[in-house]
Ligand binder design. Structure first.
Ligand code: RNT
Ligand code: ZN
Length: 411
C-alpha cells in the first residue's frame, strides 16, 4: 500500500473521506491578489505606496510593468493547485489614458484576456483609494472636501461597472471590495462627522444601480494603519452596521483587528446574519504586517469555520499580503498553498462527530480527538492532491530557475 492508501484508511477510521475531501477542495475558489507581484505599486503611475500600508524589503526582480507582472503571475499560478481567481486592484489598469474616476472596462480587457488564457475562474476587483493625489490629508470617501469625495465616489462607481464586465466575461459574480485609508494619526476632535460623510458616500455609490446578481460589494474595516494610529473612519462597527442595513457584504481581513481578536470566531458570528462574507487572508506578525500566509493555527481555524458550517459557497476567500523581502513568486505560491492546505485539513475531519461530543458535553473526548487529528497523515493526502493536480510539494527549483533566467535581468 502506498502512503496515500494508508492515509485514506487511517482517516476512514475517523469517519473522514479523503476522496471526498480532495474532490471538494478542487472546487473552492481562492482569489489571488495581483499586488504581491510588484509591492502594491500598480500600473497607473501612482508610484510610491501610500495609505498606511507598506511593503518592506528589496528582493530583486519586482515586476515593473504589465508584461512582467503577467509573466510572473502566469508562472506562479502554474504552481498553485485548485480553482483560482485573480484579485485585481483598479490601479492595475492597463494603458489608462484617463484618471481613476473614469476607468472603463476597456482598461481591463487585457486582464480578462490573460485570465482566460490561463483558465482562471474569474476576476475580483478593488477600487484603489490610495497612492493618488486625490487622497487629501489622508482622506478619500470621508473627506470634508466635496470634490474629493465625489472623485472617489465616481471611482467606485466606475469600478462597479468594470466588475459587471468581469461578471459577464466569466459568467460568475465579481466581488468588489471597498477599503479606504481614511483616519487620523492623533486624537481626533470629531469621530462622528467623518463617518457620516463616509456613510453618505457609500450610499451614493450603491445608488448607481449596479447589478447585484453580477456584483457583490464588500466593505473592509481596519483598526489602525501607519499614520492613522488613533482613529480609522471605516471601523469594524461602522462597516458591520452599514453592511447589515444596506444588504451588502463585510470583508474580514485577519490583520485588521486587535491581535487577540480572531477572524475565525467572527466568521460564524457573521454567518448567523449574512448569506455571504468575504475574507482577506493574511498573516499579521504582532501587527497588520501582511506577512506571507502560512499553514498555521489561526489559518486552520478559519478554514474549519468555513468547512464545518457548510459555508464554502458563502465565504469568499481572497488573499492579501505583500512581502518584498523574498522571491515574490514564491510568496504567492506559498500563501496560496497554505490556504489550500488549511482547507484540506478542515475537510479531513468528521465534524459531525466532534459537534456531537460538544453538544453532549463530552469535553474530555472532544479534546483528545482534536489532538489526534493533528497527527494523522495529512501530508500524504496533500501530496496525493498535488499529484492529481499535476504538481509536487517541491516547487522552489522551478521558481529558482525563473529567478535565474528572468528576474535577474530586471535591474
Ligand atoms: C489594507 C487593506 C487592503 C489592502 C489592499 C492592497 O490594510 O488590507 O485590503 O491591503 O487593498
Ligand atoms: Zn485587506
Amino acid at each position: 500500500m502506498n502512503a496515500y492508501e494508508l492515509a485514506k484508511s487511517e482517516y476512514a477510521e475517523y469517519g473522514a473521506d479523503t476522496e471526498k475531501a480532495i474532490a471538494e477542495l478542487k472546487n473552492i475558489p481562492v482569489s489571488v491578489h495581483c499586488w504581491q507581484g510588484d509591492d502594491v505599486v500598480g500600473l497607473d503611475g501612482g508610484g510610491s505606496l501610500s495609505g498606511g500600508i507598506q511593503t518592506t524589503g528589496n528582493y530583486p526582480g519586482r515586476a515593473r510593468n504589465f508584461k512582467e507582472l503577467k509573466e510572473d503571475l502566469k508562472t506562479a499560478f502554474a504552481l498553485m493547485p485548485g480553482k483560482k481567481r485573480l484579485n485585481l486592484h483598479a490601479s492595475y489598469a492597463v494603458n489608462a489614458d484617463t484618471d481613476r474616476d473614469k476607468y472603463k472596462p476597456e482598461h481591463f480587457a487585457e486582464w480578462v484576456k490573460f485570465a482566460k488564457e490561463i483558465n482562471l475562474d474569474g476576476i475580483d476587483f478593488n477600487p484603489t483609494m490610495f497612492s493618488h493625489k486625490n487622497v487629501k490629508d489622508g482622506l478619500t470617501l470621508s473627506s470634508p472636501d466635496e470634490s474629493i469625495r465625489n472623485f472617489w465616489i465616481n471611482h467606485c462607481i466606475a469600478c462597479l461597472r468594470i466588475a459587471e464586465y468581469f461578471a459577464d466575461e466569466f459568467k460568475n459574480t465579481c466581488m468588489v471590495n471597498i477599503w479606504i485609508p481614511d483616519g487620523f494619526k492623533d486624537v481626533p476632535a470629531d469621530r462622528l462627522t467623518p463617518r457620516l460623510r463616509l456613510k453618505d458616500s457609500l450610499d451614493k455609490i450603491l445608488a448607481c444601480g449596479y447589478d447585484t446578481e453580477k456584483v457583490t460589494v464588500a466593505v473592509e474595516s481596519k483598526v489602525f494603519g501607519i499614520g492613522v494610529e488613533s482613529y480609522t473612519v471605516g471601523s469594524n462597527e461602522f462597516y458591520q452596521n452599514y453592511a447589515a442595513k444596506n444588504n451588502i457584504c463585510c470583508l474580514l481581513d485577519n490583520g485588521h483587528y486587535h491581535p487577540l481578536e480572531y477572524v475565525s470566531d467572527k466568521i460564524p458570528a457573521l454567518l448567523a446574519f449574512y448569506d455571504k462574507i468575504a475574507l482577506h487572508v493574511t498573516r499579521g506578525v504582532r501587527w497588520d504586517s501582511d506577512h506571507v500566509v502560512l499553514f498555521e493555527d489561526e489559518l486552520k481555524e478559519i478554514a474549519k469555520e468555513i468547512v464545518r458550517n457548510d459555508a464554502v459557497d458563502k465565504v469568499k476567500i481572497g488573499l492579501d499580503y505583500f512581502d518584498a523581502s523574498i522571491n515574490r513568486l514564491s510568496a504567492w505560491v506559498t500563501g496560496q498553498r497554505a490556504m489550500q492546505k488549511a482547507l484540506l485539513f478542515a475537510l479531513l475531519c468528521n465534524h459531525g462527530e466532534l459537534k456531537t461530543l460538544q453538544d453532549n458535553a463530552e469535553f474530555t473526548e472532544l479534546m483528545v480527538k482534536q489532538e489526534e487529528y493533528k497527527t494523522l497523515p495529512f501530508g500524504a493526502v496533500w501530496k496525493e492532491y498535488l499529484r492529481r493536480e499535476g504538481l509536487r510539494d517541491t516547487y522552489l527549483p522551478k521558481i529558482k530557475e525563473y529567478e535565474k533566467v528572468i528576474l535577474k535581468e530586471r535591474k
